[in-house]
Design a protein around this ligand. Structure first.
Ligand SMILES: Cc1cc2nc3c(=O)[nH]c(=O)nc-3n(C[C@H](O)[C@H](O)[C@H](O)COP(=O)(O)OP(=O)(O)OC[C@H]3O[C@@H](n4cnc5c(N)ncnc54)[C@H](O)[C@@H]3O)c2cc1C
Length: 340
């Protein structure tokens, strides 16, 4: 393992915000993980494992403990069976590209989701009609309660929409070191995932019989237009969740705003609204304040333009929340995990 001297967490998150940790340790294999856990325990520090920090925000105070950065590599792809084993520190996008090159399907529409493979089960990542749980077989993780490695099958992970047992109840208990996925060989008659904006874009490009490579490239094109590239602009992607409200509240809003996009949720009395539309309608899209920019491409995204602090970020978040709440009576909730 590698104990870092530079303790700033801003360098280890895609939002580039956050004060110091007491210790930051990079781990490269499974024995490093056990060593880092015992190191933190001996110093009485709470421990937090992170990947690329693309879905979390630290405050200016930083983290009062030890942050472990997962750098575990390793990738094996069986082109015949479609089974893939990947180290927790490998970039998810790199995995997508390699599996598409190997002629396998199942994750081609999840290209360009930032972050490491080890973090993907936490949120059960998904995009453009595909979701991790649909290709997930099992994972290997270090259980910090028993100090042993465990293997968990899909059913044990309790995957839901952008959630799992690792996100809520047992956050921090397991350090995920390896995933095993089950992909499929590309069939002779391959069809793209049934996702309206993807299908529309493929059709606009004149593609009728598509390939997994074309689907991956088309998703990358759409994403590049909507979301800032984390290597160029600091963000965590969508900063706010799309709100889900009772149908009666949505009906009230539609009387005032008949053009408001709304998406009834199957078998529930609820409807999802577009948080980006609410922010734009409130006149905040494109606004710059204290180094934070409400992104032009999608108003749900907040960009740290130049060295903003958590305080600067939070003043923008509060402004957006209070303006949207006053205008629509809807409270927008942050999407990333907050360590404040
Ligand atoms: C521009 C942008 C676009 C995005 N688009 C999407 C999208 O389309 N769909 C989507 O689902 N998400 C999206 N995200 C969110 C993010 O990419 C995912 O949540 C990703 O899986 C986070 O990976 P990470 O390595 O950066 O995790 P981190 O942000 O470092 O950590 C996230 C959480 O996982 C935990 N964690 C990290 N590694 C491990 C591990 N090895 N074991 C146990 N727990 C761990 C952390 O403690 C933390 O709770 C986007 C983010 C950005 C910045």
């Amino acid at each position: 393992m590698n104990i870092l001297n530079d303790l700033s967490l801003a360098r280890h998150t895609t939002m580039h915000i956050g004060g110091p940790a007491h210790e930051i340790i990079e781990v490269f294999n499974e024995s490093d993980v056990a060593e880092a856990v015992s190191y933190a325990r001996n110093k009485n520090y709470p421990l937090l494992v992170i990947g690329q920090g693309s879905n979390l925000i630290f405050s200016d105070k930083g983290f009062d403990g030890c942050v472990v950065i997962n750098k575990i590599s390793g990738l094996s792809i069986n082109k015949i069976s479609g089974q893939v084993k990947v180290g927790g520190g490998v970039s998810w996008h790199e995995l997508v590209v390699k599996t598409v090159e190997a002629g396998l399907i199942g994750i081609e529409a999840m290209a360009m989701i930032p972050g490491t493979c080890g973090a993907t089960p936490v949120n059960n990542i998904g995009a453009y009609g595909q979701e991790l749980k649909d290709v997930f077989l099992s994972l290997r993780a270090y259980d910090t309660h028993t100090n042993q490695y465990v293997i968990m099958k899909k059913i044990e992970c309790q995957f839901g929409y952008r959630s799992s047992r690792f996100k809520d109840k047992e956050h921090g208990r397991y350090i995920i070191t390896e995933l095993t996925l089950q992909l499929q060989q590309t069939p002779a008659r391959y069809t793209a995932p049934d996702y309206p904006s993807l299908i529309k874009r493929l059709a606009a490009k004149g593609i009728n019989e598509t390939t997994p490579q074309q689907v991956m490239e088309t998703v990358m094109e759409i994403r590049s237009e909507k979301l800032p590239d984390p290597s160029k602009l600091a963000s965590v992607g969508s900063f706010f969740k799309n709100p889900i409200l009772a149908n009666s509240k949505v009906e009230q809003l539609l009387r005032h705003y008949p053009d408001m996009p709304h998406f009834p949720q199957n078998n529930t009395q609820t409807t999802k609204l577009s948080g980006g539309w609410l922010i734009e309608k409130a006149g905040l899209k494109g606004m710059h304040k204290n180094g934070i920019w409400v992104y032009e491409g999608s108003a749900l995204v907040l960009v740290n333009e130049h060295g903003a602090s958590f305080k600067d970020l939070w003043s923008m978040v509060s402004l957006i929340q209070s303006t949207v709440s006053t205008m629509f009576g809807v409270m927008l909730e942050p999407e990333p995990e907050l360590f404040v």
